[in-house]
Design a protein around this ligand. Sequence first.
Ligand SMILES: Cc1cc2nc3c(=O)[nH]c(=O)nc-3n(C[C@H](O)[C@H](O)[C@H](O)COP(=O)(O)OP(=O)(O)OC[C@H]3O[C@@H](n4cnc5c(N)ncnc54)[C@H](O)[C@@H]3O)c2cc1C
Length: 445
Amino acid sequence: MPTLQEVAARSAEFDVVIVGAGPSGSACAYWLAQAGWSVCLIEKKTFPREKTCGDGLTPRSVHQIIEMGLEPEVAKHAHKYQGLRSFGFGASLEMRWPEHPIFPNYGYTITRFNLDGLVAERAVHHGATLLAGVEAVDLLDAVPPTTGALSGAAGVIVKDKDTGTTAEIRGRYLVVGDGQNSRMGRALGTTRNREWPMGMALRGYYTSDRHDEPWIDSHLDIRDTKGDVVPGYGWIFPLGDGRVNVGVGLLSTGGAWKGVNTTKLQEYFVAQTAEAWGLNDETCEGPPTGGRLPMGLAVGPRVGPNTLTIGDATGTVNPFNGEGIAYGYESGRLAAGALGEALASGDSSALNLYDERMEAAYGDYYKLARAFVRLISEPKILSVCVGAGLRIKPLMNELLAVMANLMSNDNRGPAEVGYRAMVRLAHAVPEEAFNLLLGNPLSPE
Ligand SMILES: Cc1cc2nc3c(=O)[nH]c(=O)nc-3n(C[C@H](O)[C@H](O)[C@H](O)COP(=O)(O)OP(=O)(O)OC[C@H]3O[C@@H](n4cnc5c(N)ncnc54)[C@H](O)[C@@H]3O)c2cc1C
C-alpha cells in the first residue's frame, strides 16, 4: 500500500476522492475504477476491521456482489441460506427467498470483518488507490452551499492514525460514504429529517451448535422477564463458522425510542432464545456493540457542485427490514454512474442525475416503508398483523418480496399489484395524510 506522502504527492491527478471504504464507498470506488477513472479511497481503519452489523446479505446484496465479480471470493468466507424464518405472537413461518428474474433465490451471512476488505481490494485491483488507517478530518477549501445543496470542496485534509501526520488529498469530485455518524457529510451540510424514522440496533456473537442452519431468524415480539411485549425486534443469523449473530433493533417512531435501552432489550431477547440456541455466558464471545441505522433517505441534501453523499451518510437503509448493505452498494454505484457522466462530459451538473436516479429507485418505496414503520410501531397493530399474518403463508411470502424489495417490474403477482396500488395512493396524497390514511395514530419522534 502506498504511503500517505506518496499519495498526497500524486493528489492532483485524482478524478474522485471517496471518504469511507464501507459498502457504499468501496462499491463507488470499484465502479469508477473499473470505468477507468482515477480514484482515491480513504478509510480510517485498516482491513480486516470489525463493523457492527447483523452480517446478513439478502438476494439484493448478493446481486451487487455478483455484479462486482466477487461472489466466488465472498462464498469462501460466507454461509449460504435460503430464506427467512419469522416468529411472533405464538406463530412462526419459514419463507424461502422468491424466484426473481434478477436477484438470486439465496442470501449469505458473512462477517463484515471478512466482507468489507474484499470489496475495497476489488476496487484496488481495478486501479483505485486505497489509503487505509487514514482519517478525513476536514474539508479542503470548502465552498459554502446554495439552498438545497451540499457544500463544494477541493478534497479533504487527512490524518494518518499511526503517525499523526496530516496531508491534503485533492480530487475533482468528492464522495462521502462515511457511515451512520457521517462527520464529513455533516461538514458538507447534511441534516437528518427528524420527523422520519431512525433505527438503533445492537448485536453480539455466540458459538452455537445451530450455526449452519439454512434460515435467518427474525423475532417480531421480544418479552421482558414478566412476559410482557417490549418494543423492538430480534434476529439470529447463523454464520456457518461455529457462531451465530444475535441482535436486536428498535425504531424511533412510536415514542418508545428514548425509554428503551437496547442493552436491556438484548438481554431479554437472549434469555428468550437461550435454550433453543445454546446462548449463555460460556458461548458469548464478548459484550454486544450497537449503532444507528439512518433510513428512508432521511439525510440530505445529497448533491453539491462537486460533492455527493452515499450509503448511511445519506440515510439509505431500508425502513422495512433494516437492510443497508445492498443500498450502500447500489447508491455507490449510482453515484459512480453520475460521476462518470460528469467527468466524461466535463459538465458537473450531471451530478444531479444521481439525485434523480436515487429518487426514481427509492422515492416511492421508501415513502411507503416510512408509513409502514409508523403503522407497526403501535404494538396493538403489530400483534394483530403478525399474529394473523404469520398464519397465512401466501400473504407473508408476498410481504417478504415487498419488504426485501425483491419485486419484479414486469410481474403481475399479488406483491407487485398490491405495492403499485399503495404507490399510486402515496403519490396522490402528501406524506402526513398518507400516514393517517394508513391508520397510523402516532405522532413523530
Ligand atoms: C447493529 C446493526 C446491524 C445491521 N445489520 C445489517 C444486516 O444484517 N444487513 C444489512 O444489509 N445491513 C445491516 N445494517 C446496516 C449496515 O451495517 C449499514 O447500512 C452499512 O454498513 C452502510 O454502509 P456504508 O458504506 O454507508 O457505511 P459503513 O459501513 O459504516 O462504512 C463507512 C466507512 O467509513 C469509514 N469512515 C468513517 N469516517 C471516516 C473518516 N472521517 N475518514 C475515513 N474513513 C471514515 C468507517 O471506518 C467505515 O469503514 C446493520 C446496522 C447495525 C448498526
